[in-house]
Design a protein around this ligand. Structure first.
Ligand SMILES: Nc1nc2c(ncn2[C@@H]2O[C@@H]3COP(=O)(O)O[C@H]4[C@@H](O)[C@H](n5cnc6c(=O)[nH]c(N)nc65)O[C@@H]4COP(=O)(O)O[C@H]3[C@H]2O)c(=O)[nH]1
Length: 475
């Protein structure tokens, strides 16, 4: 089935490229009704095209359907004359032209939905498209998925596997333009999943050069491994914290924020946490990052927290933090020196972070005794559930965005959020629903009994001063 995945996606992009070539064979001298009809007829014969357009001699576009004039909100990648543009916000909207393939005179609009529907990878894995130099072109974040594509890659194409910075890559053969499909997996996750198979595979040295987005710039400087770069980032103070408001669903007032780490590189680019946190977890640097986050939170928020004694900031802890426990003393000192109450610092632990439940119970118990509250992040996505919940000293469950998304849908997971809320009620725990993007979701969750919400509906993560302003307006 995973072979099917690679085949379909490679085919999809080969087809799109073919569409562009077919369009190039069409000669249009003007854009009148017959010309548009010709375009529409051609469009209908192109499997993945939603619309097509040809640029006339006077530089105006003749389109089968109106296409976006402005593509500034698209991300893009250029292969010589051909440009690929994509709009991930429309990933799940089959009606939007979320993918454009264009040459100077021709344009094919398609939908990422075509691929999204078919991409089905295991958690932590991604499928990317890349050009000959294997620079990243398109990243299909695969979050809710079932298959283990990378495992398949190892089984079927070990010679094509390459490793860079803790990630594994499989490159498909590539089409005439050299556009390839890459499957990317987190190496540690992969190793864990393969442990049972006793499969020997060779990790070739870091041949693939660059990931896309903000990380691309970083990794292009090949002399720096991500670990070294992170080390420098910590030394140079390149880590920053954003604050995503937590809102009382009944009153819509701000009750706190989640601290989310960001890495601003010297060139001003910001690297998303999911691009470096897994590496930091693997190398153990996460503990230093957590400590830095605590320091920054206290520097930026102490005054606000003193002025609003019920407001709180939650900080993410990783498995290594729970094992090492070094952050406890850092937090204690910071709180004492800033005169902030321990209840205003909430610790978020994900199910993944609870490797050793006994040890976690002990540490979290101490933290609670000191006055902190404990939230379980991404609740429902891990393999453990009720059994450990009854033992763990916990105050809050955070419902993962995926369950909020599926609310009201036909999906089997649509009943998970109501179930978690019921369970929390029985256990006397509070519920925070993550990733709320619509008013309907907020209303439903409130009716179901969730107390607090977080998500783009209320606010995206804000820098410290913007969060201060948010509290002034919504506090
Ligand atoms: N599409 C969508 N997304 C929403 C919405 N509301 C919130 N989000 C995003 O969901 C993530 C929530 O954080 P998380 O589950 O703790 O997931 C976090 C957390 O696991 C990790 N992380 C971030 N900061 C830290 C940190 O300081 N320490 C540790 N250990 N992990 C961190 O990185 C993950 C990703 O963080 P971010 O990229 O900041 O992404 C944030 C946030 O921007 C929404 O309505 N729609």
């Amino acid at each position: 089935m995973q072979g099917e995945l690679v085949r379909r996606n490679t085919l999809f992009f080969e087809q799109l490229h073919g569409h562009l070539q077919e369009l190039a064979s069409l000669q249009l001298s003007r854009c009148d009704a017959p010309a548009r009809q010709q375009l529409r007829l051609l469009r209908r014969s192109l499997l993945y095209a939603k619309a097509v357009a040809v640029r006339l001699a006077d530089d105006r576009w003749c389109e089968s359907l109106p296409l976006p004039v402005q593509t500034t909100d698209y991300q893009h990648w250029r292969f010589g004359e051909v440009e690929l543009l994509w709009q991930l916000d429309w990933l799940n909207d089959p009606l939007q032209p979320s993918l454009l393939l264009q040459s100077p005179r021709h344009r094919v609009a398609s939908s990422l939905y075509f691929v999204q529907e078919k991409i089905d990878l295991a958690p932590g894995y991604q499928a990317l498209l890349a050009d000959r130099d294997t620079r990243r072109v398109l990243d299909f974040a695969a979050q809710r998925n079932t298959l283990d594509a990378a495992e398949w890659a190892v089984l079927h194409h070990p010679q094509q596997l390459q490793a860079l910075d803790g990630r594994l890559y499989l490159a498909s053969a590539g089409d005439a333009q050299g556009i390839q499909l890459l499957l990317i997996a987190d190496a540690t996750a992969l190793q864990a999943s393969l442990a049972g198979l006793r499969l020997g595979y060779v990790l070739l040295a870091g041949v693939l050069a660059v990931l896309g987005g903000a990380l691309a710039g970083l990794l292009m400087r090949r002399e720096l491994s991500l670990e070294k770069a992170l080390q420098q980032a910590l030394r140079r103070g390149e880590l920053e914290v954003d604050y995503q408001p937590l809102v009382d669903l009944a009153t819509r007032r701000c009750v706190g924020a989640e601290a989310l780490v960001r890495w601003r590189r010297v060139d001003g680019q910001r690297v998303r946490p999911d691009l470096f946190i897994p590496q930091a977890e693997a190398s153990g640097q996460i503990c230093a990052i957590t400590q830095r986050v605590i320091e920054l939170v206290m520097q930026q928020m102490a005054e606000l927290l003193r002025a609003h004694p019920t407001l709180y900031i939650s900080v993410n802890l990783a498995a290594a933090d729970i094992v090492q426990g070094r952050f406890v003393e850092v937090a204690r000192q910071q709180l004492a020196s800033q005169g902030v109450a321990a209840r205003q610092l909430v610790w978020e632990v994900s199910e993944r972070g609870l490797v050793d439940v006994e040890q976690a119970c002990q540490l979290l118990g101490q933290l609670r005794q000191a006055g902190h509250r404990i939230a379980i992040d991404d609740f429902g996505t891990g393999c453990s559930s009720l059994s450990y919940l009854q033992r763990l000293p916990v105050d809050v469950l955070k419902i993962d965005k995926s369950f909020v998304d599926s609310l009201g849908m036909q999906a089997a997971s649509s009943s998970v959020a109501p179930h978690i809320i019921d369970m929390a009620r029985d256990l006397g725990l509070k519920v925070i629903a993550e990733g709320i993007e619509s008013a309907t979701q907020a209303d439903t969750l409130q009716q179901l009994g969730a107390q607090v919400g977080q998500g783009f509906l209320f606010s995206r993560p804000l820098d410290a001063s913007a969060f201060h302003a948010f509290v002034r307006c919504h506090g």
